[in-house]
Design a protein around this ligand. Structure first.
Ligand SMILES: Nc1ncnc2c1ncn2[C@@H]1O[C@H](COP(=O)(O)OP(=O)(O)OP(=O)(O)O)[C@@H](O)[C@H]1O
Ligand SMILES: [Mg+2]
Length: 339
C-alpha cells in the first residue's frame, strides 16, 4: 500500500493559500431549470415542465476553479467566452465563488457564444438538455493574445492546469506552444487530455486520462494491471510525461513515473458512491495543488484519490475541502507509521 507522511500532508495543506494556479481551458456555464410535470403538452406528446427554480453553475474548466477555490489557492482564469449574457453570468459566477482574488482573463469572442448547457429538470429527473455552443478552434489572433497573457502570468504562477474539453481553446498548435514554453520555464503543467489531442501533450508534468481515454488513444481496451502498465509504457515512450495517472473509476488510479519506470496502484477509497460527475476535475486539481505545494507525484496522487473519494460521495459536481481530505486519509489509515 502506498503511504504518505501526515506531517508532509499538513505542511503542504498550510501552504495551499499561498499558491497561484493558472487554469487554461474550456469554460462552460451549466444551467438548471427545475420544476414539476403535471400534464402533457397539447401541442406535442411531450411533458410540460412548470419551472419553479433556476440555478447556474460553473462547468468544464470552471469546475476546476471551483475545486481550487475550495482548496483556497489563488487562481488565474484563461480561456474564452462569448459576447453575450451567458458570458456575463459566467464571469460573475467566477468572481462570486472565489475566496482569493482571481485574475479573470477570458477573451470575448465575436464568433462563438459562451458554452451553455441547460438541463430541464422535473425534480431530480432530467427531461432534456439544451446545448448552445460552437466548437471552433482559436484562430491565430486569439492564440497570440492567449499566449501573451501566459507570458505575463507565468512567473507568478506555481502551476498550470490545461483543462481540455475539446471546445476549441486547446488547439494542437496552441498545445505545442504552451507546453514548450512552460517546460522552458520549468513550471508544473498538468493535463486532463481529450483523446483527439492526446499525443500533442509532450513533456508535461502529468497527464490524467481515465482508462477509457487512455485505451482509446492507443486503440486498446485497458482492464488488468498489466494492460495499464503496458499502456503507461507506450504513452510515456511517445510523449514522455514525467508522470502518467490513469484513473480507473471504482478501481481508483494507477500512477506511472518516467524517472524509474515504476507503477503505483492506488485503490479507491469511496465508501458510498452517489455521483461520479466531476471526479476527474477534483483529481487533477488536488494533484496539481499538492504537487505544487511540495508533495511528490505519488504523494499528491494519494491525496487526489482521497479527494475523489470525498466528492463521489456527494451529489452533483462537488468539491473537497482540506479537512474532508484529511479525514478521508485518516479513515484509510494511509499515514506512514514511524511518525
Ligand atoms: N464508482 C466509483 N467508486 C469509487 N471511486 C470512484 C468511482 N468513480 C470514480 N471514483 C474516483 O474518482 C477518480 C476519477 O474517476 P474516473 O476514473 O471516473 O475519472 P473520469 O472518468 O475522468 O471522471 P470525469 O467523469 O469527472 O471526467 C477515480 O480515480 C476514483 O478515485
Ligand atoms: Mg475525465
Amino acid at each position: 500500500m502506498e503511504r504518505i507522511s501526515k506531517k508532509r500532508f499538513q505542511k503542504a495543506s498550510k501552504s495551499l493559500s499561498n499558491l497561484k494556479i493558472c487554469v487554461i481551458g474550456d469554460y462552460i456555464l451549466d444551467e438548471y431549470l427545475i420544476g414539476h410535470v403535471n400534464r402533457i403538452s397539447p401541442e406535442a406528446p411531450v411533458p410540460v415542465v412548470w419551472i419553479r427554480k433556476e440555478e447556474i453553475k460553473l462547468g468544464g474548466a470552471g469546475n476546476v476553479i471551483k475545486n481550487l477555490n475550495t482548496l483556497t489557492t489563488q487562481m488565474v482564469v484563461m480561456g474564452r467566452r462569448g459576447d453575450d449574457t451567458a458570458g456575463e453570468k459566467l464571469e460573475n459566477l467566477l468572481l462570486e465563488e472565489n475566496v482569493k482574488p482571481i485574475d479573470l482573463l477570458l477573451m470575448k469572442s465575436k464568433e462563438v457564444p459562451t458554452i451553455l448547457k441547460t438541463r430541464i429538470m422535473a425534480g431530480h429527473q432530467q427531461v432534456c438538455r439544451i446545448d448552445r455552443e460552437e466548437i471552433l478552434s482559436i484562430d491565430s489572433e486569439e492564440e497570440d493574445l492567449l499566449f501573451k497573457q501566459i507570458e505575463l502570468k507565468i512567473d507568478q504562477s506555481d502551476a498550470i492546469i490545461l483543462s481540455d474539453y475539446d471546445k476549441g481553446i486547446l488547439s494542437p498548435s496552441f498545445i505545442e506552444r504552451v507546453t514548450k514554453f512552460c517546460k522552458s520555464k520549468e513550471k508544473i503543467v498538468t493535463v486532463d487530455p481529450q483523446v483527439s489531442h492526446f499525443f500533442y501533450y509532450r513533456d508535461v508534468t502529468i497527464l490524467t486520462p481515465n482508462h477509457h481515454e487512455a485505451g482509446k488513444a492507443l486503440g486498446k481496451v485497458l482492464e488488468s494491471d498489466e494492460d495499464i502498465l503496458e499502456a503507461c509504457q507506450s504513452i510515456t515512450e511517445k510523449i514522455s510525461p514525467q508522470a502518467l495517472m490513469i484513473t480507473r473509476g471504482e478501481k481508483g488510479m494507477s500512477v506511472y513515473l518516467k524517472e524509474d519506470s515504476s507503477i503505483h496502484h492506488i485503490p479507491t477509497v469511496a465508501r458510498e458512491v452517489f455521483d461520479v460527475t466531476g471526479a476527474g476535475d477534483t483529481v487533477i486539481t488536488v494533484f496539481t495543488a499538492y504537487h505544487a505545494a511540495g508533495l511528490s507525484e505519488v504523494e499528491a496522487s494519494i491525496v487526489a484519490n482521497a479527494a475523489a473519494g470525498v466528492v463521489v460521495g456527494k451529489l452533483g459536481a462537488a468539491t473537497a475541502t482540506v479537512d474532508e481530505i484529511e479525514e478521508k486519509l485518516n479513515e484509510l489509515n494511509v499515514w506512514l507509521k514511524d511518525e
